[in-house]
Unconditional design. Structure first.
Length: 619
C-alpha cells in the first residue's frame, strides 16, 4: 500500500496577478516558486506562514507567470506584455509582448529542456484577438544574470483563445505546449525540445466549437500534474466545463466530458487535485460558486453528474491554481483575500473550501489572475512508482524502471534477492534464486518529504524446472521427457533443427541439451560424452532408398559400399529391426516393412566401421 508523510513545507516565492510575491515549494527543483498578483506586494512562505512584503513591479488584471531558479530564488516574471527581472526592473527589450492585460492566461513561462539559460514565454491575446498565440525567449545569463529578452513575438497561431498550459512529453524531458483556437473545435499541441519549438502542432478535434457562445474564448485550460488530463473552463452564459484525456506520447487530446449548465455561467477557473482524480471549476456569473468533479465516476456523463457545489465565494471567484503546499488557491476580483481548497484530494465537502484563506493586509485588492505554471513543477510531495517484469525464472535477474515523480533520492528493498537493497534510480540485475513470491518496496524522497510504495508478492519466481539428464541407446541420446521444447548442442555449438527430446548422434563429442518448461524457464543437462571411437559419421548422400514412403518392401542402394548390417530405429531411438547381410552380396538389399507400424523411422546401414543413416516413412 502507498503511504504519504507530510512533514513540513519548503518555502518558495509566488507572484500572483497584481504583484504579490509568495514563497512555496515546487517540483523538486522549485522552478515554479514565484507567483505574482495584486498591486506591487509579495507573500513569502519561508517562515511556514505567509508574510506579505512590498516590491513587485507588476499591476495586472488577469493572467501572468513567473519563474525561479532551482533554489527557489526569483528570476523574472511577466504579465504577457512586459518582463521584469528579479530586482523588479524592466528587462532590456522586455516590453511589447503580445499577451493581454485582460487575457485569462496571458503568459506561461517554461524553461527550455536541456538548456540552463533559455526560458520561453508563451502569450495569448485577449478574446481571440488578432495577435494570436506567440512566444518570446529570455536568456537569463545576460545582463549579469538579470536576463534579457532576446527573441520576441514569434507567432505560432494567428487566432487563439485566452488559454495556454503545458504538460511533460512522455520522455519526461521535453514539453508539450497546449492552446486552443477560437471559433473552432481544435486543440493544438506544440513540442518544445532542446532544439526549440516545433511550429507544426499536433491538432486534436473535439467537436465543441470554442467561440460559439459570447465570451467563451475566455477561461482557463489546465493539465493535470501527471499530464494525462486536460480541463477547460468556457466562459459564457451558460458556461461549460470540459474534460479531456491527454496522450502525452502523441499530443492527442480526446474529449471525455462537455458539461454545459446555467450553474456554470461565466465559468473561469479550472484546476486538478494533486492526485489528478478530481477536477475543480469556478464561475462568477451564477453565484461565485466552486464545483468539484469526480473523474473516477465512470463515463463522461457520470463525471458531469458528479458535479458538487463545494463552496461559494463572497467575491467574484476567478482563477484557480494548485500550489506546492498541496492547496488550490482561488483569486477573487476586487477582494483583499484569497480563497483556498485545503484538501483537494478528498471527494465531497471534506475537500474544505475556505473563502478567506489568505488575507492581504495592505490597501490593495486581488484581481482575477493567478500565475500560470507548468503543471508538474508544483508536485512537491513525491510519488513512488515503479515497474518490472512480475514473473521470472529461478536463478535469473530482473531490472526495475523507476516511474516516481518529484523525488530526488530512492531507497529500494528486495527481500530475498541479491542485492537486497539499492539506492540506484533504476536498479538492474536484481537476482532471485529461489522459487516463491517476493515483496518490493520503494521509498522516494525529496527535500520536503517521502512516499513509500510497498507491493506485496510483486515478483513471482516460478518453480524450478525438473533436472535434466542424458541417456544413450545405440546412437540415440535421450533427454528427460516432459518439457515443452528442447535444444541440443554438440561441443558447445547449437545443432540446427535438433529440438526433439532425443537426438541421434552422428559423431562423437560432448553433447548437452537445454529444456524449456511451460513457464519459459530453462534447465541444462550435464554434458554427456559420446566416445569418439564409435565413429558415428553419416554419409547419407551415398545411401538411397525407395520407394519412400513405403508400404511393403524397401530397396536400399548404397552404391559401392559393402553393407554389413541394416538396422531400423523408431523416432524414440528403439531398434525395431536388424538384418545381417552376407559378405558377398550382388543384389540390392530389400527389407520387408509390412510389420512396421505407420510412422517415421531411421534406417541405418553399417559399412566397414562407419554408419550411414537416413529417414523413411512407413504408410
Amino acid at each position: 500500500m502507498k503511504k504519504r508523510y507530510f512533514e513540513f513545507p519548503i518555502p518558495v516565492l509566488l507572484l500572483l496577478a497584481f504583484g504579490i510575491l509568495i514563497t512555496i515549494p515546487a517540483f523538486a527543483q522549485k522552478e515554479a516558486n514565484i507567483w505574482c498578483f495584486g498591486s506591487h506586494v509579495g507573500l513569502d512562505f519561508n517562515s511556514g506562514s505567509p508574510v506579505f512584503f512590498a516590491g513587485s513591479a507588476m499591476d495586472q488584471w488577469e493572467g501572468c507567470s513567473s519563474i525561479a531558479d532551482p533554489n527557489g530564488n526569483l528570476l523574472f516574471y511577466t504579465d504577457g506584455i512586459s518582463v521584469w527581472n528579479k530586482n523588479h526592473a524592466l528587462m532590456p527589450n522586455g516590453s511589447g509582448l503580445l499577451g493581454g492585460g485582460s487575457s485569462t492566461q496571458s503568459a506561461l513561462i517554461v524553461k527550455q529542456p536541456g538548456n540552463a539559460s533559455t526560458y520561453f514565454i508563451f502569450t495569448t491575446a485577449e478574446v481571440g484577438g488578432p495577435a494570436g498565440f506567440n512566444y518570446s525567449t529570455v536568456d537569463i545569463t545576460l545582463q549579469g544574470g538579470l536576463g534579457d529578452v532576446v527573441v520576441k513575438n514569434v507567432n505560432l497561431l494567428s487566432l487563439c483563445d485566452e488559454r495556454v498550459t503545458a504538460a511533460w512529453y512522455a520522455n519526461g524531458t521535453d514539453i508539450w505546449i497546449i492552446s486552443t483556437s477560437t471559433n473552432a473545435d481544435t486543440l493544438y499541441s506544440f513540442l518544445l525540445t532542446s532544439t526549440g519549438v516545433n511550429s507544426v502542432p499536433v491538432v486534436s478535434y473535439n467537436g465543441v466549437i470554442h467561440g460559439s457562445a459570447t465570451y467563451n474564448q475566455i477561461g482557463s485550460i489546465k493539465a493535470s500534474q501527471a499530464g494525462d488530463r486536460l480541463g477547460i473552463a468556457l466562459n459564457g452564459s451558460p458556461g461549460t466545463f470540459e474534460l479531456y484525456d491527454y496522450d502525452n506520447a502523441t499530443g492527442v487530446a480526446t474529449l471525455v466530458m462537455s458539461s454545459v449548465s446555467a450553474d456554470y455561467t461565466f465559468a473561469y477557473g479550472i484546476e486538478f487535485s494533486p492526485n489528478g482524480n478530481i477536477m475543480y471549476g469556478s464561475e462568477y456569473g451564477s453565484g461565485y460558486n466552486i464545483y468539484q468533479f469526480d473523474l473516477l465516476a465512470g463515463s463522461g456523463a457520470a463525471i458531469a453528474a458528479s458535479a458538487l457545489l463545494i463552496g461559494t465565494s463572497a467575491g467574484y471567484s476567478a482563477a484557480l491554481q494548485l500550489a506546492p503546499d498541496g492547496k488550490i488557491y482561488l483569486a477573487k476580483w476586487m477582494e483583499q483575500s484569497l480563497g483556498a481548497i485545503t484538501d483537494p484530494d478528498i471527494l465531497g465537502l471534506g475537500c474544505n473550501f475556505v473563502d478567506v484563506a489568505v488575507t492581504i493586509p495592505v490597501q490593495v485588492q486581488c484581481n482575477g489572475g493567478l500565475p500560470d505554471f507548468m503543471p508538474g513543477f508544483l508536485q512537491t510531495t513525491p510519488v513512488a512508482l515503479f515497474s518490472a517484469p512480475h514473473h521470472i525464472c529461478p536463478g535469473t535477474c530482473t531490472n526495475f524502471t523507476n516511474l516516481s515523480q518529484a523525488a530526488t533520492s530512492y531507497l529500494w528493498s528486495f527481500p530475498g534477492a541479491n542485492p537486497s537493497t539499492s539506492m540506484d534510480v533504476n536498479p538492474v540485475n536484481v537476482c532471485y534464486n529461489t522459487p516463491g513470491n517476493y515483496t518490493v518496496q520503494l521509498i522516494a524522497t525529496n527535500s520536503i518529504t517521502s512516499d513509500t510504495l510497498t507491493l506485496n508478492n510483486y515478483i513471482t519466481v516460478y518453480p524450478s524446472p525438473p533436472q535434466q539428464g542424458i541417456a544413450q541407446t545405440g546412437p540415440t541420446l535421450f533427454a528427460n521427457a516432459g518439457a515443452v521444447s528442447y535444444q541440443w548442442f554438440h561441443d558447445g555449438n547449437l545443432i540446427p533443427g535438433a529440438t526433439d527430446y532425443f537426438y541421434i548422434a552422428t559423431e562423437g563429442g560432448n553433447f548437452n541439451v537445454v529444456a524449456t518448461d511451460g513457464n519459459g524457464c530453462e534447465v541444462e543437462a550435464a554434458i554427456f560424452d559420446v566416445v569418439a571411437g564409435i565413429q558415428l559419421a553419416v554419409g547419407n548422400l551415398q545411401l538411397s532408398i525407395y520407394p519412400n514412403p513405403v508400404e511393403d518392401r524397401l530397396v536400399i542402394d548404397a552404391g559401392h559400399l559393402a553393407i554389413k548390417t541394416i538396422s531400423i530405429y523408431n523416432l524414440p531411438g528403439e531398434k525395431v529391426l536388424a538384418v545381417s547381410l552376407p559378405t558377398v552380396n550382388y543384389q540390392l538389399p530389400t527389407l520387408d516393412c509390412r510389420q512396421l507400424l505407420k510412422g517415421i523411422y531411421w534406417l541405418e546401414v553399417k559399412s566397414g566401421d562407419k554408419f550411414y543413416r537416413t529417414k523413411f516413412v512407413k504408410q
